[in-house]
Each structure stands twice: as structure tokens, then as C-alpha cells.
Design a protein around this ligand. Sequence first.
Ligand SMILES: [Zn+2]
Ligand SMILES: [Zn+2]
Length: 466
Amino acid sequence: MTVAITFLGGARTVTGSMHLVTTNSSNTILDCGLFYGHRDQYYDVNSAFSFLPENVDSCVLSHAHIDHCGNIPNLIKKGFRGAIHCTPATRDLCRYMLPDSGHVQEEDIRYVNKINKKRGLPPRQPLYTKKEAEKSLKFLRSLEYHKTLSINEDVNLTFYDAGHILGSAVSVLDIKARKKSLRLAYAVDLGRSGMPLLRDPESPKDIDYMIIESTYGGRAHEDIKEAEDELARVITRTVKRGGKVIIPSFALERTQLIVFFISHLMKKKKIGKIPIFVDGPLAVNLTKVFRSHWSYFDEVTQMDIRNNEDPLGYEAVTYIKNVNQSKKLNEIKKPVIIISGSGMCENGRILHHLKNNVENPRNTIVVIGYMAEDTLGRSIVEKKKIVRIFGRPYDMNAEVVIINAFSSHADKYALTDYIESCREKLKQIFIVHGDIEQSEALRQRISRKLNMKPRIPAKGEVVYVK
Ligand SMILES: [Zn+2]
Ligand SMILES: [Zn+2]
């Protein structure tokens, strides 16, 4: 038996995860994510598949981040008719994530076409629309952790908790042939042990081959306890000077995690009680999904819930969907905490909150996530004196604090420990989902520590395993 793994996306880069597993009688794709890049590259890479979607039998979806699930509506548009397997929480999160992504595609193309019209260029079509994204949801099939399902004639699938975001899974494919079988684990993305809210990543046994992420392949995270203390100090001093705390945040996972931490600080009386607002319909809807899957939380959080505590809103949190209510936040003159998207400050309601608050030196902007180059978020991280919001310059007088420790990815130590925990029968490791320096750093570390020779496949590379 020979199995071919084709690394189609998220190879030597972070976004656009997609890999094809071809056996004697079936084709399975692992993830179907959106690649992020400059606009033209974004459309080129995401609009065309290098395989025929109609020839793929099933799709295995690791989790609901857009760089893993965001190209599913396009896959279906191009002819895929199989089932998309994911955990029940991933399915429920996708119900909001995919239509929201469709909306973003439509908005972006509207903007592009405005420019194209001025230049006399023909209009372009969005990658997919909100409607097409909604249609794609009916292809999602849920499978609980630790249950095994035969997804193709010769492939069984089992999900293990990846501890990365709610519902995230390490997907294990058991590929059967007449005499032999092979176990392939797909650990992309992988979470951190010891983080609150979610369970630690699980290590499946008897793995022959592993595909693993390397976002932080060469980096170590700061201590989460220190980050929590830093957050308490920042909030306290901002409140003392009568300012507001503005936190740009991704709607999925990061928002729920930061609400959890702030609620926890209030509960422990490490900060005073001040109103917290989570502003944005996507964040509000996703938080509802978190609440409906509380059995996925770790033991401590489940215990708190049984004791009638709300880990996602200790007394002071207000969730806002409505635009008028969002606008009214600007009328509040006393200290509050506002958490809003988008995470990189490229669009969404956070732009209004920044516009209204960056010029006041009493306020603080707390950066808790990655800010890509050429984004407003990056200008904030770089502490530029003037930032442009809605095309207008604003003086950046607010304090800027960067706390990097809230990442939901395993760092170089955790990745190595994870591989070691699955090592028993491991024949080969494929490192993906990382910038090349990060993947290379992880490759060297594993070679040194575990005496193995992992590979970093290039995009389009085919590897045969048996
Ligand atoms: Zn992820
Ligand atoms: Zn990812």
C-alpha cells in the first residue's frame, strides 16, 4: 500500500491550510482554508484548485479558523459533493464564520470593483458570496471526539482534542489496505497545555506519520500568569486616570479568552468592577456557541459553570450586536473596557472605537493578537505617532500595551513535547503551517532533541508513505 500526501496549502507559510491524501481507492482533503496575501495573490491562490474538487471523496476539517475552513464554499462551488467532517462545535462555529467570510468577500469585491470602474477595468466576482457560504453548511457532518467513523472505503477518521480553539481537533486517519494499515495524524493547529478554558491537547497513540504546525516553531511564549498580572496592572492604571481600555480582538477564541481572563481578574478582586463591552455581532454569536458547548471546557471551568458561575461574563459583561448600541458606547465618559473586531483593526467596529479614543492620553489600547504588516494594528504595535483611520490622520496619544502571551498555538517547547508524546512508532514528521524560519527552527530542534529527520514539504510537493 502506498499513500500519497500532496501539500497544497499552508506549506512553508501559515495560512491556506489544505492537503490531499490519496490512497488506492479514495481522495481525502485535510482542511480547505483561505490563504492571506496581497489582494491579487489572494484571489489567484484561493480561486483555483490544483485538483478536481468533484474527484475528492471527503474533507476533514480541523477547526473553524478561516485559514482552515474559509475556502470550503468555493470548493463546493467548484464541484465537491462529499461530506465535510468536523466536531459538533466546529460545525456550529462555521455556521457563523463562513457566512461572515462570504460577507467580507462581497464587501471586498465591491471596493475592488469601485476602483476597477474608475480605471475602466471589468468588474470581478467575489470568491464566494454569503449565500453560497450558507449553502455550503449543509455539507458539514459532525463527529464527536474519540468516536471512529468510516469516511471512505479505506479510511477511518477519529478526532482528538487539539486544545487550540473550541472544537479544534487533531484528526487521525486510519488507512487500511488488505494486509497493512497506516495511521496519519494531522495536528494543525495545536493548542497549549495549561491554558484556562479549554482542555490540553491530546496525544493519539500508535501514529506512523504526523503533519504538524509550526507557527511558533522557533519561539517561546511568555508566561501566561505574568500576562494576566500585566493585564491587571494596565486596566488598573487606566481606570485610575479615568480612561477607557480598548482591546482589538479576533471574534473567535481570542475574544472569549480575554473576557475569561478579565472576568477572572474581577472575581479574584485583582481589578475593580468596571463595565466590559464585547462589541460585534460575530463575537456575540460565537460566544453563544461557546456557551452551548460547555462540555468541551476544561474541568475547572465546568466546575465553575456547575456552581452557577459564568466564565464568559462575570457580572460586568455586556454583549452588543446592535449598531446604535455600539455607537452609544462613545457617549460613556467613565472607564470601560471595549473588546471589538477586527483583530488586526482592518475593518469592523474597532475602527470607530479607535477613532474615538486614540487621541486621549487617558485611554489605553491593549494589543493581544498578531498584527500583520500594512495593517492599522501594526501601526499601533509600532507605536506610530500618527495613525490613519478611515483615511484621516489621528494623533496617537493613548498608551499602547502589547501582551503576546494569549496565543492559542503551542510554542517550540510544547510542539517538541507533543511530538515526543506520540513518538513510539512515528516514522516521519511533516512540518507545515509556519513561516520558513519557524518551520526550519522546529525541524532543527526535533532533529537535535528527538534524533529524527522531519521534512518541510513545499507547496505542491507530493510525498509517498507506506
Ligand atoms: Zn487555528
Ligand atoms: Zn491556522
